[in-house]
Structures are given as structure tokens and as C-alpha cells.
Design a protein around this ligand. Sequence first.
Ligand SMILES: Cc1ncc(COP(=O)(O)O)c(C=O)c1O
Length: 483
Amino acid sequence: MGTIYHRGKRGRRATSWPETVRPPEELLAYIPEEARRKGLPWLPEVSQVELVRHYTALSRMNYGVDTGFYPLGSCTMKYNPKLHEELARHPGFADLHPLFPEEAVQGILELLWRLGALLKGIAGMPGITLQPAAGAHGELTGMLLIKRYFEARGELERRKVILLPDSAHGTNPASAAMAGFKVVPIPSNEHGTVDLRALEERLSEEVAGIMLTVPNTLGIFERDILRITEMVHEVGGLCYFDGANLNAFLGRARPGDMGADIFHFNLHKTFSTPHGGGGPGAGPLAVSEPLLPYLPVPRIVKEGDRFRLAYDLPESIGRVHPFFGNVLVMMKALAYILTLGDEGLREVSAGAVLAANYLRVRLRDVYAVPYDGLCKHEFVASTANLGVKARDVAKRLIDYGFHPPTVYFPLIVEEALMVEPTETEPLETLDAFVEAMRRIAAEARENPALLAEAPHKAPVRRLDEVKAAREPVLRENPPVSPG
Ligand SMILES: Cc1ncc(COP(=O)(O)O)c(C=O)c1O
């Protein structure tokens, strides 16, 4: 399919415009000569029906949660209720200007404050900031809080190390390193959890903290979590929990009760905003008592029945986001929490864990599952036992009408397929996915070339992914000049 420039004819219009008026000379004088256009712009010249058909055809080539199953591990592409989109788009929220005076925006301040209170309750922790715009941003903010904490105690010079299990999400080491910490890995044991002996060996007074992805990227919950946080606290370190996978234990366990000092939410995974696609997200942080003074500004403070933005907090790490964060994403999260209620939130985690275990058990006789056992919201299979690449299985799934799972992550599993079905899929969809995966496993044995050349039915075939990433062509020159 060509671009819009491949359609239409000279002189065609999708709509009518008033007669063009040349800007008066005196206005042109404000535009430097070299910045002035020399000729007419090359614009597509199409009728309205051509325009509509072009973009409708493009949209039909897209794949999304609204069109099909999207089991992308770690990226939680679950279906989100349309009601919450509708609510967030309400002009009362969408048309607010961040520079409105506090007295004029008491309503939204109250809602943000209430969301903060609910998230603190879910985390079981006393402090919150809603500002970070994404999970990784929350991580960086958390690392800055840890730095400020040790700076205030005069220990920053020596507390240089962040411990990181090799099953952590990829953004964790990047965030710790960006904040200036030295990242020291901890290997996983045969169960896919933190090796306590290895942790013990790495603990010292140089340790600023540990970053744990909970549950980890194998979809496994750290059984020894209480012991781990205790060990880190014993040497004076802090415990950061990456809570992007919260749909695995939402409403059932609280990080504050497990010894977390900092916990980040991915509102755009757990609470009604789609993950991915480059859209806005929100990565609020809940913190323990000792970190309260360092939270970013502004903070929403309740005084009687009024709400105020507090900036004058000298120990704060300062601002991490312009204005108040991605407020509309927060409104969706608030709507989600309030509409589901306690029982509904618990059902979310029950559904996510049940679906992941259902798929794991129904696929493990054909695909290797190196860390087999009860998983949480996702599990990691491997195609190594079939002698084919994870990439080839993923591409073949497209022919069966499914979005592939995450591939080659986590790094500790060879030819990894990381499957996260989420809590929103009906049983028939899960069964159809199992059926497709089992057929692909049979094809891998009988006709591996079929997989190596897949996809066969997609609008585009196998792409050169390295070239696409390293030398992206982001602009196409129009094929014809309008003259
Ligand atoms: C476990 C985990 N941690 C952190 C992140 C990073 O979140 P973000 O993409 O919002 O930066 C993700 C993203 O999916 C994740 O799955």
C-alpha cells in the first residue's frame, strides 16, 4: 500500500477552503529570507472519499487489544474499559489549564488527593507522589530519593551500590546507573528467585539498596521476600520494588507489609490505560516513612476541606515533571479503582494469575518452561527444545491472527517467549491461542522453513528489524510534484 501521495490527482480537494490570501509584505518582513518557502508545498491532493479510505485502510492494518489477543509479556496489553476513557475526556478534566489558580481547581486537586490515598492503601505505605510519567521515570525518581536519603545521613560517599537480581526488568539497572549508582547483579537460583547466598555475599555497608521486580520477569514471586528485605535493611540499605506487575497481586498483598521502602505503580499497565504505543503513562511512587521528607514537589496537601499545592519543602528532591504529572491517566486509574472496588481489584489479580497458569500448563508439554511451577501474571516458555528460534514462532503466530508474546526477554532464558495473557481474556481466546501454539510446535518439527519465512499473511513480510531500528526511513518524498 502506498502513501497518501500515491492517491489522487492534481487539483482534487477533500474540502473547500477560502481563497488564499497572500500575507501582506510587512508581515513577510518578519520571516528571514532563508526561511521563506520558494515554491508550493507538496501536499497530497485527494478527494474526501480517497482520504477517508486511505486512513481507514491503514487503521485496519493495525493490531491492537481492540482487535485481538495481545499476550505481550511485561507490557500488559489488557483490555481497558471504554467508560474510563470517556470519563477522562470529560471537558471538566480535559479542558483544565495547569496554570489555573488553586481555588479554581479544588475539584481535580481533591480527586488527585483521593487517588493518592487509594494508592497508599493498595501499597500499604504512608507516602505518595503521582508525578512520574512512566515506570522507568518512577524508578529514576526512586533512585534520586535513595540518594537524597543517604545524603541527609552523610552516607552517600560510601553507599554506591544497587543490587539487582538478573531477573529484574531491563529498565531497573538503567535507572540505577542513570542516578549514578554502581549496579551489582545477583544471580537467580534454580527456582528463578533471588539466590539468598549470593545476596548475602554482596551485602555490605556500600549497599544503598536493592531493586526487586515483584513478581520478577519470569512471573515468579519471591518466596523469600521478607528475608530479602530484612537482610538489606540489616546493612542499612533500602528496598525498591518495581510494581509494574501489580496486576499479579493487586488487592491480595501489600508491598509495605513486605518491607518495601519505595514501590512504583505503572498506572498504564494495571489501572485502565493501555501500555505501549508511546502514549502518556503514569508511574506514581509510594514510599515508607523515612523517605517522606524527600518526595518531589508540588505535593497536594489537605487542609480542612480545602486542597493546596505545597512547594516549600526544603528537603524535597524537587520537581520531576512539569505541573502535576499526567493527570488524565490518573483520572482513568481513579475511575478504575472506584468502579471495581476492593472485590473487583482482587478479581483482577485472580484472573491474571489463573489465565497465565492455564496457558503455562496447557503448553508446557510442547514448549520448554525452564522455571516451571506456579507463576503469577506471566510465564516464560522457550522454543529451544523445538530447535527453532523464538522469533520464528512469534512471526508465525501473526499468521494465526495473534499478536506475538515478548521474545528474548528475560535474558536468562534461551529463546524466550514471555507470555502475559492478562485478566481480561475469555477462555475461548486462551484456548484458540493454545491451539495455534500447539500447531506451530508441530510445524516446527515437520516444516521449520514455514516458520523461518513467516509471516505469510501479514500486510508486510519479514522486516529487517536491525535496519529499521538503526536506519529508520521516517519520510517519503512524494512520487510526483504538483508542478
Ligand atoms: C516490570 C516492569 N518494570 C518497569 C517497566 C517500565 O515501565 P515504563 O515502560 O512505563 O517506563 C515495565 C514496562 O512494561 C515493566 O514491565
